[in-house]
Design a protein around this ligand. Structure first.
Ligand SMILES: Cc1ncc(COP(=O)(O)O)c(C=O)c1O
Length: 403
């Protein structure tokens, strides 16, 4: 009789978005006249930029001719894209990343989930709390998280690093040294960032203790504060301790198109084994490349027109973030994030739980957001609104909250 991976049975149900969906549907059915505004989603809403669409059309035409048809992509991704990444994302920031350290993929979710493959069973992971759930769940699937406690919402073998207003959402070094440290800045869900000196401390800590940092920089395009680094490789010593994961989803609207990449520096080693070799092996064995058409689309993000157009999209969302942030402050809320990220994290008023505030906002203001407790125990008492809606709806929602 075949056996299943029993680790899957330990996973708690992923109820957050389905519960939200059910509550919103029930409300809309009972109140068909109400115009419900959704500021809960983490998905972009603007269409792909014209320069990206043009590159895709051109690549589609290439696929239609025997002379220009492209089959399997090279394992690491096409050189034209990896070179564009180095020239635009890394070289200008003095990050010493070479094109053969970049692995093009179909997105940051896959990479942050798949990276667990190259690490052994006995590793202890540390995550910030609240957290993007993929890091913990994928480690749970590979049996590294112990048992889940329904009461506390925590795994027995995971080190949680609370990020709350009391510590300015900056994770503190845990009492037990983790082997694998997940950091994501700008952060989903809190929308907060880490000043460069703080990230440098984490890099030093990882190098000193032989830990590896998995750095998720999916939201780097939203950074405007000068003191905040766009890449962990802006910190000294990061090449010996950090893997960086990036996405084209939030900077260029590729959530449905799918493109991302992971950087594994060749200096990052366990003994004399390069993690680069392991990831290359994993990538070559289990992944057959992001589509040529999409890699050409990704290249176009770095063209002069592409940069201008995608920066305008980011500016559009960040203007929404400003409207939400300032509107909530005017309305008397305690608000975090929303300056270097498209997420606004607010403290629920009057000691309401995250779900009580969800119900209040839905029923009284007809606005949908995301309860902070859905991202981890330290998210309780907080609530996430996103800037990915339309400007018109964002303004309308804030007027309702203030009214
Ligand atoms: C922190 C973080 N990492 C990764 C992703 C997923 O990115 P991608 O669309 O490239 O899979 C998201 C999506 O919301 C995210 O919030």
């Amino acid at each position: 009789m075949f056996k299943i991976n029993e680790n899957y049975l330990k996973l708690p149900g992923s109820y957050l978005f389905s519960t939200i969906g059910k509550k919103v549907n029930a409300f809309s059915e009972a109140n068909p006249d109400k115009d419900v505004i959704r500021l809960g989603i983490g998905d972009v809403t603007l269409p792909l930029a014209p320069a990206v669409i043009e590159a895709m059309h051109k690549a589609v035409d290439e696929m239609a001719s025997r002379d220009t048809f492209m089959g399997y992509a090279p394992d690491l991704g096409y050189e034209f894209l990896r070179n564009a990444i180095v020239e635009n994302d890394y070289a200008p920031r003095n990050c010493n990343v070479s094109a053969d350290e970049i692995f093009v993929s179909d997105g940051a979710k896959s990479d942050s989930g798949n990276i667990v493959d190259i690490f052994g069973d006995g590793n202890t992971i540390a995550v910030t709390d609240p957290v993007y759930p993929v890091y913990v769940d994928t480690n749970a699937m590979s049996g590294r998280t112990g048992t889940f406690n329904k009461e506390t919402g925590m795994w027995s073998d995971v080190i949680y690093m609370p990020c709350v207003k009391e510590n300015d959402f900056i994770p503190e070094f845990p009492s037990k040294i983790p082997d694998i440290i997940y950091l994501c800045f700008p952060n989903n869900p809190t929308g907060t960032t880490l000043p460069k000196d703080k990230l440098q401390e984490w890099v030093d800590y990882a190098n000193k203790n032989g830990s590896v940092i998995i750095y998720d920089a999916a939201y780097e395009a939203y950074i405007s504060t000068p003191d905040v680094v766009h890449s962990i490789y802006e910190c000294e010593g990061a090449r010996t301790c950090a893997i960086e994961i990036r996405s084209f989803s939030k900077n260029a609207g590729f959530t449905g198109t799918r493109l991302g990449f992971t950087v594994v520096p060749k200096e990052l080693k366990c003994g004399d084994v390069m993690l680069h070799s392991l990831w290359a092996r994993r990538h070559g064995t289990k992944f057959n490349g992001a589509p040529y058409i999409i890699q050409r689309a990704g290249e176009a993000v770095y063209s002069a027109e592409g940069k201008k157009q995608t920066m305008e999209q980011v500016a559009y969302y960040m203007n929404n973030a400003k409207v939400i942030r300032e509107g909530l402050i005017d309305a008397g809320y305690e608000v975090f994030g929303g300056v270097d990220a498209p997420y606004i994290w607010l403290k629920t008023p009057d000691n309401m739980t995250s779900w009580e505030f969800f119900d209040y906002l839905l029923e009284e203001k007809n606005i949908v957001g995301t309860p902070g407790s859905g991202f981890g125990p330290s998210g309780e008492g907080y609530f996430r609104l996103t800037a990915f809606g339309s400007y018109e709806n964002t303004v309308k929602a804030i007027a309702r909250i203030k009214g």
